[in-house]
Design a protein around this ligand. Structure first.
Ligand code: SF4
Length: 352
């Protein structure tokens, strides 16, 4: 067999490997949202082969958020997860190079946790409507206005905002950490819908605290409405409707289950229900489709454009010859202060 023939065979084997996974998933980029085809996988295969070879040669680890494209999460990532799981992985990684297929605040968090490592974000400066909603100066102003309040920031925030905060939370631990806070007054940034959902959860637990919301909303989850939930319920009465706590509270109250990305995936895995409407990002539906091939997912998810800016091509470029702006740099003092807020979160979670 010639060198060319063995390359062709290898590429075809890789395409078959990818298709054995992606074949269960909806290609949300396709016009009719059909399932991934073997031809789609043949396009991915040369890239996934090159990336998987190069990451070993360079001693790099690839972390990918569930919302990344599935050829990334299932084709090249060493770990896929939500913000909390990936921040733990970044802390525990032995590799000196982290390629983070996510958005800026996530890659910044990895850098803050592991300052000695090189962290790259393939999707250059990929933003997030939540992280961009609050500035460092906003937090300084809020602290001056409410000097007794504890500042709790959702992980979807910039390093500078984390540095001004007392403790960080993710959607998987937000309710328990707020409930356990010794403060009676809490500034919660930057998700105003999550702040509403915290108030409802605290009421449910019989806990009295003043929550001072500030910031914006997630441009993916803020589009869901109670009307859509009611219409979905009528159209698919057997379907479980599930959503993320970044959705408006009047949507959350109507859903069958509300939880973090990991909690939603676990719920779908464990419940005997077979039909679902997922009010969240496309990427988690792909993971659910792969894990639950016998279950049906109606088409209600939405796309986070920033997450989808991570591609096989720009991930390969980062491993081959990274552009200077692909490397995440966090100023040392900011990183030190932000790390305190993140470490406070890890300590609280470990108490459980
Ligand atoms: S889905 Fe929403 S919160 Fe997550 S990165 Fe995209 S804009 Fe930000």
């Amino acid at each position: 067999m010639t060198c060319d023939q063995s390359d062709i065979l290898l590429t075809e084997q890789e395409a078959q490997r990818l298709f054995s996974i992606l074949g269960y998933m909806t290609n949300f980029r396709s016009p009719k949202k059909q399932k991934y085809t073997l031809d789609d996988c043949r396009e991915f295969a040369p890239f996934t082969l090159a990336i998987n070879r190069l990451k070993k040669e360079k001693g790099a680890i690839i972390l990918a958020h569930y919302y990344s494209n599935p050829e990334i999460t299932f084709g090249i990532a060493d770990f896929r997860g939500d913000s909390y799981a990936l921040s733990k992985q970044a802390a525990d990684a032995r590799e000196n190079i982290i390629v983070f297929c996510g958005v800026s605040f996530m890659a910044e968090t990895a850098k803050i946790i592991s300052p000695q490592k090189k962290v790259y974000l393939p999707a250059l400066k990929a933003g997030c409507s939540l992280a961009d909603a609050v500035s460092e100066q906003d937090v300084i102003n809020l602290k001056a206005r409410y000097p007794k309040a504890q500042v709790i920031c959702y992980i979807n925030s910039t390093a500078a905002v984390k540095a001004q905060s007392d403790i960080c939370v993710t959607s998987s631990n937000v309710y328990d950490i707020v409930a356990a806070s010794p403060a009676e007054q809490i500034i919660f940034i930057p998700d105003i819908y999550m702040a509403d959902n915290i108030k409802i959860e605290l009421d449910r637990r019989g806990i009295k605290k003043e929550i001072i919301p500030f910031g914006g909303t997630c441009c993916v989850h803020d589009k869901y409405t109670p009307k859509l939930v009611e219409e979905t319920r009528q159209k698919y009465p057997q379907a479980k409707i599930i959503c993320h706590p970044e959705c408006p509270s009047d949507v959350c109250l109507l859903c069958d289950f509300v939880g973090s990305t990991s909690a939603m995936i676990k719920y779908v895995r464990q419940t005997p229900a077979v039909e679902f409407a997922i009010l969240s990002e496309d990427g988690i539906v792909n993971t659910m489709q792969y894990e639950n091939t016998e279950k049906v997912f109606y088409n209600y998810s939405r796309t986070c454009g920033s997450m989808k800016r991570n591609t096989l091509a720009n991930t390969l470029a980062v491993l081959q010859n990274p552009a200077p702006e692909a490397e995440i740099i966090v100023e040392a003092q900011v990183a030190q202060n932000a790390k305190r807020a993140i470490d406070n979160m890890f300590k609280e979670v470990e108490k459980k």
